[in-house]
Design a protein around this ligand. Structure first.
Ligand code: ADP
Ligand code: MG
Length: 599
């Protein structure tokens, strides 16, 4: 009577039909995840709206995908389900998953539509009959406007990663797209977090939704450990390098706040001989694909990413997430750290902070209900040790290449006078001396008694700065103050005594903001023009003084080029664009955030 489904498995108990159960078996899923267990029976059972909150990696795709496939009439070619998702990468991932789920569901077609690929090809695919469309909001809008799709009969609309779609500014698009859908459809909203914007959308587009939450909101997974490293603001990059060097097998995502920083950090790493690349919104789809392919193949060990670009990263085995800078919103930290510790593995989330950010660590601990371990940036000596043992282990594990055998007699001759011990020492020296020299004089980066003698500062004192923009650039004191407040993201009264001259201007901040100010404006460009800030010689109480070596390379310069050999990957075009992002687009997005989501 029944098929080979031996015992009633847990997926069957959710009410799924044979075709999906067979696919589930093929995929090797043995147990439903929590969000699947909660959402699937409800969605199969009734046509209701739903808001489901669950972290990344908890199996949300199947939680909506299984019931959606069950609900679709595969005999009709009409488009019945629409899934909106923030990025092309996610769009393709979802489409792929759905195709796997429905491989025994005869006649069901799922089509992905997204920017950066031929719109006509996509239109043709839809014309052939697509009961399910998975789309990015921008391309969807475009195709609706060109009458290439008809979503006027859909019964199900899924907003996947709703928080991120809103983060990316897709509110208007979503709004417009939904206006083309029938009133009586079901709307299923899936999200990792529930910022106020998502609540707003739920209120506006959904009627009486069932709500399910998996795990505690904002709780990070248990197998991720969090640690932080406190350094001077100019030591972020050297600290990053040391963290990488102290973890030779690192396979990591490094998060920066802006595209500009992302690009810069990646370029520095590449110049210093690491297998690194940047991924951010200014890269073309093609470039992003290349970067992601190399990352998946582990040709890239350090992927430097913006938060938005990282949303599409679905790679297991990431050992470390590095917060090169902390994000603006606490929730973003959860997204970031969730890139590691996947599939039951352990992961480490590292945060590089300056002294003035210490309170943010406290806030994170409180909200995530977890502890962050304060760790020291490894010393040069520690790193040398780690690298040495790593090398020894590599040698131990290496498979012998017998091509060498023919040359062995000749090589033996060259080396015949040495003992085994001498040979080992020599061999290690070849590989290791450059490394050792680099770190020989490396300073202790943990000494964050700010100022290092450059500035005598005590809290409450104020620092005066010189900035090379003025009236001729269209600033008066009010506009400059606004610009500084936005760019620096400081409190309302943090910028004072703004004095704008024709070609330049002065302003003050509290002394303890000095590091942040100098950091934000390091290599800052706007509209292609470089904006410099110097601490003014005429600084107010406690300010003043020189800034040593700001433009010079830090931590002793170039480092050990070629230490890590690039395995053929050259991040193509990673130098184009990206640099004139300024603070504008970032600020635009930040402005829309509610205060309470912030630090
Ligand atoms: P989310 O959308 O919540 O971030 P995904 O739906 O992308 O998560 O799922 C993450 C990974 O887990 C995918 O590779 C998916 O195939 C896998 N997965 C989903 N459900 C299960 C399950 N019940 N058992 C095992 N693996 C699963
Ligand atoms: Mg997902």
């Amino acid at each position: 009577m029944q098929l080979i489904l031996n015992t009633m498995n847990k997926f069957e108990a959710l009410g799924l039909g044979d075709s999906i159960l067979k696919a589930v078996e093929d995929m090797g899923f043995t147990e439903p995840s929590e969000v699947q267990e909660k959402a699937i029976p409800i969605l199969l059972d009734e046509d209701t709206d739903i808001v489901a909150l669950a972290q990344t990696g908890t199996g949300k795709t199947a939680a909506f995908g299984f019931p959606l496939i069950e609900k679709i009439d595969a005999n009709s070619r009409i488009t019945q389900g629409l899934i909106l998702s923030p990025t092309r990468e996610l769009c393709l991932q979802i489409t792929n998953e759905l195709k796997n789920y429905s491989k025994y569901t005869k006649g069901l077609h799922t089509v992905a539509i997204y920017g950066g690929a031929s719109i006509h090809d996509q239109a043709r695919e839809i014309k052939r009959g697509a009961q399910i469309i998975v789309a990015t909001p921008g391309r969807m809008q475009d195709m609706i406007n060109r009458k290439m799709v008809d979503i006027s009969n859909i019964g199900y609309c899924i907003l996947d990663e709703a928080d991120e779609m809103l983060n990316m500014g897709f509110y208007e698009d979503i709004n417009a797209i939904l206006s083309h859908t029938p009133e009586e459809k079901s709307t299923w909203l899936f999200s990792a977090t529930m910022p106020r914007e998502v609540a707003t959308i739920a209120k506006r587009f959904m009627s009486d939704p069932v709500e399910i939450t998996v795990g505690h909101k904002n709780t990070s997974s248990k197998n991720i450990s969090h640690e932080y490293y406190m350094v001077g603001s100019r030591d972020r990059y050297p600290a990053l390098k040391r963290l990488a060097d102290a973890n030779p097998d690192i396979f990591s995502v490094i998060f920066c706040r802006t595209k500009r920083d992302t690009q810069k950090v990646a370029e520095n790493l590449i110049n210093d001989g690491y297998n690194a690349a940047a991924i951010h919104g200014d890269l073309s789809q093609n470039q992003r694909d290349l970067v992601m392919t190399s990352f998946r193949k582990r040709q890239i060990q350090m992927l430097v990413a913006t938060d938005v670009a990282a949303r599409g990263i679905d790679v297991d085995d990431i050992t470390h997430v590095v917060n090169y800078q902390l994000p603006d919103e606490i929730e973003t930290y959860t997204h970031r750290s969730g890139r590691t510790g996947r599939a039951g593995k352990n992961g480490v989330s590292m945060v590089i902070v300056t002294k003035s950010e210490a309170r943010k660590i406290k806030a994170l601990e409180r909200i995530l209900k977890t502890t962050f371990e304060k760790k020291d940036v490894p010393s040069g000596e520690e790193i040398c040790q780690v690298q040495l043992f790593h090398l020894a282990n590599d040698i131990k594990e290496a498979e012998i290449n017998h091509e060498i055998d023919t040359y062995l007699p000749a090589i033996n001759e060259v080396l015949e006078d040495f003992t085994k011990e001498e040979l080992i020492k020599k061999f290690f020296s070849v590989e290791f001396t450059r490394f050792h020299n680099y770190y020989k004089k490396a300073k202790d980066l943990n000494n964050v008694s700010e100022g290092r003698g450059d500035y005598a500062e005590s809290s409450g004192s104020s620092v005066r700065y010189f900035i090379n923009i003025g009236e001729k650039d269209g600033y008066d004191w009010m506009r400059l103050k606004d610009f500084l407040k936005e760019t620096l993201d400081l409190g309302r009264d943090a910028v004072s005594r703004v004095d704008v001259k024709e070609n330049f201007a002065f302003f003050n901040t509290d002394a303890d903001q000095k590091d942040k100010v100098l950091e934000v404006f390091e290599n800052f460009t706007q509209d292609g023009r470089s904006i410099n800030i110097e601490v003014s010689k005429t600084s107010g109480r406690g300010g003043g003084g020189r800034r040593k070596g700001r433009s010079g390379r830090r931590d002793g310069g170039g480092g050990f080029k070629g230490k890590r050999r690039s395995e053929g990957f050259k991040p193509r075009g990673s130098r184009d664009g990206g640099n004139n992002e300024g603070g504008n687009s970032g600020n635009g997005r930040r402005d829309r955030k509610k205060r309470s989501d912030r630090w």
